[in-house]
Each structure stands twice: as C-alpha cells, then as structure tokens.
Design a protein around this ligand. Structure first.
Ligand SMILES: *[C@@H]1O[C@H](CO)[C@@H](O)[C@H](O)[C@H]1NC(C)=O
Ligand SMILES: *[C@@H]1O[C@H](CO)[C@@H](O)[C@H](O)[C@H]1NC(C)=O
Length: 318
C-alpha cells in the first residue's frame, strides 16, 4: 500500500501542477437587484445553487456625475444597507457577491483616465474595502465588480486596472465582464485585453445570430470564438436568460441545455459555468434548480486543488 502511494504521488503532483493556477472554479452566477419580487439575498444564497451573485446596478457614474444605484423595489422604504448582513451571510456560504455597474438603463460613461480612477476610488470606498460615510450597502465588503457596460466605449480599461489595483494579498478584488455576444465587444473589448478580469460572462441572448434562437451552431460558433480569444487566466461563462421571458431571444430549455449544450461548452478548458439573467426569472422558472447538478464537471467542482491535495495527503499517510 505504502509503495503504491509513493509511486502515485508524483502523478498526483503533476495533476496539481497542470491545473491553471489563476483560473476560478465553476458555478452559477445570478444577477439580483432589478426586481422587487425576487426575494432577498439570504433566500437566493440559501438555495445553494449559486457561486456568485451580481448586485445590479450602479447605473449612474462617471462624466463628473454623483454616482447612484438602482435596486428596483428592493430598498423601499428601508435603506439598502439592510442588505449588509445578508451579503455577509452569502459570503459565509461561500458565495461571492459583486457589484454590477452599468446595465441597459442609466447614465454612465467615462470622460478620461482620471475620471475612471475617480470612479474606481468611489466604488472602492463605498462598496469594497475602503470607507465612506453612508455606504449604500452598509459595511459589507463586496468581492468585486461586474462590468455590464452597454454604453460609452472608452477608458473602461483604466477603470478595470484601477479597481484591480485595490487587490491585496489578503483580499482580491474580483472583476467580471458581461459583454454582448459579438467578439470583440464594442464597449469592453479593450478592458478585457488588460487581463484584469477573472470572469467573462458573455450574454448569449438578445442576438439571434449569436444565441440559441439562431440554432445550436450559431451559439457554439460564438462560444468558440470567445473561448479561443479571452486571456488565458480568465474563465468563460455561458450567459443565458433564466426564462423565455427574461430576454428577447436566446432562452435554452433546461433539458436542451443539460443534454445538448453543456456537454459541448464543457469541452472548453476555460469553461467556468453559467451566468443567469436574473434571479426573479430563475426563481419563477426553477431554472437553476433543474440545471445546477449538470453545470460543473466533477473535476472542476469548487476547491479542486484542496480536494486533490487532501487525497494526496491521505494516500501519502498510508
Ligand atoms: C492575469 O495575468 C496577468 C499577467 O500575469 C496579470 O497581470 C493579471 O492580474 C491576471 N489576472 C487575473 C484576473 O488574475
Ligand atoms: C429541445 O430538444 C428537443 C428534443 O431534442 C427538440 O425537439 C426541441 O426542438 C429543442 N428545443 C429547442 C428550443 O431547440
């Protein structure tokens, strides 16, 4: 027994060393915040379906404006800082909580690199590890920032690099991008090239030539283009509507997703899971409930390196 464990140990080490070092696991990311009837964050995180929640949106920023956010009916009449303990709760369950900036409705854009750095400072002070009076979501420290940018096209690379620079060894500032399905993205193309993003969740919807409404081939062609183009240390997420009503096109019925699409996208080495718009439709349609057992390949489940190390340690200890 001991001899065979010693013989296999180098093989296990080889497996560990060949895992991409900076790539971030696999899971389901869900957008939360744009529908007052979707339940709160504690309820979302208690489902156990999600690895990430993006709180949407900080939808006014840059161009010298006072930043402001919109969480639909969630914080009426109580202030949004009621969500602070819920964010802490989600994080204790292992769910990363990000602030999503941008969205389809709002007023945002960056006038120059200094403007980008000022917005980064504002976000750091008000939502991340910095400090400010009256932080909108209270004292909870979010895990990072999701860029759902649908207007303006300049200086987002400066914003990304400025936000990433707030990372410390103790607390990484995670960046996610949610580009449209045409590569390269008109708004985020340059920002993605900075390599500052851990997650690229492409919105494979509202664009039938690049989503499932145009057929599996259209979707897979778009997916493969992204998969072969993004920086080596980013993971790629399949962004989908969580119900047929959640977007104009691109909905994939759960059975079709699990039997036909997930087996294909999982072949990409940078596959990192599924991103859903949004929690309201997901809850209503039971989408994550149906798909979550199929989203992550067993080998890429959360904390793969720890598990393999534990196995190696157990084998070596025999
Ligand atoms: C990806 O690698 C580049 C180059 O080493 C590094 O600058 C960047 O911070 C890394 N990005 C992430 C998200 O880890
Ligand atoms: C889903 O798969 C079924 C069975 O293969 C097929 O008949 C149906 O057309 C598919 N649905 C869509 C929307 O493509």
């Amino acid at each position: 027994m001991a001899t065979s464990a010693i013989k296999f140990f180098p093989i296990i080490l080889l497996i560990i060393l060949s895992l991409p070092a900076a790539m971030e696991g696999c899971g389901i990311t869900v957008y939360w915040g744009q529908n007052g009837f979707e339940g709160d964050l504690t309820e979302a995180c208690d489902t156990g379906f999600y690895s990430h929640v993006n709180i949407a949106f900080l939808n006014v920023f840059g161009m010298g404006q006072t930043p402001s956010y919109n969480l639909a009916g969630h914080c009426l009449p109580s202030p949004c800082n009621v969500f602070s303990p819920q964010i802490d709760y989600c994080q204790r369950q292992g769910v990363k909580v990000l602030l999503s900036i941008g969205g389809a409705i709002g007023s945002y854009g960056l006038s120059d690199a200094d403007d980008a750095r000022r917005v980064a400072q504002y976000i750091y002070d008000n939502f991340l590890g910095g400090s400010a009076p009256d932080r909108p979501l209270g004292d909870a420290v979010l895990d990072g920032v999701d860029f759902d940018i649908e207007s303006g096209d300049a200086y987002y690379e400066d914003l990304a690099l400025a936000l990433a620079s707030y990372s410390t060894p103790a607390r990484k500032v995670y960046l996610a991008a949610a580009p449209q399905p045409i590569y390269p993205d008109a708004y985020l193309g340059k920002a993605i090239k900075t390599e500052a993003f851990s997650y690229i969740g492409v919105q494979f919807y509202n664009n039938p030539s690049y989503d499932y409404s145009g057929g599996k081939e259209a979707l897979m062609a778009a997916w493969n283009k992204w998969s072969s183009s993004i920086p080596a240390n980013a993971t790629l997420l399949l962004g989908l509507p969580a119900s047929s009503g959640a977007a104009g096109s691109g909905y994939i019925p759960p059975e079709n997703l699990t039997s036909d699409i997930l087996p294909e996208v999982k072949k990409s080495s940078n596959y990192g899971g599924v991103m859903l718009w949004s929690r309201y439709e997901d809850k209503d349609n039971g989408y994550s409930q149906k798909i979550h057992p199929y989203v992550c390949p067993a080998a890429a489940a959360t904390k793969p390196i720890g598990n393999i190390l534990d196995a190696a340690a157990a084998a070596a200890a025999v």
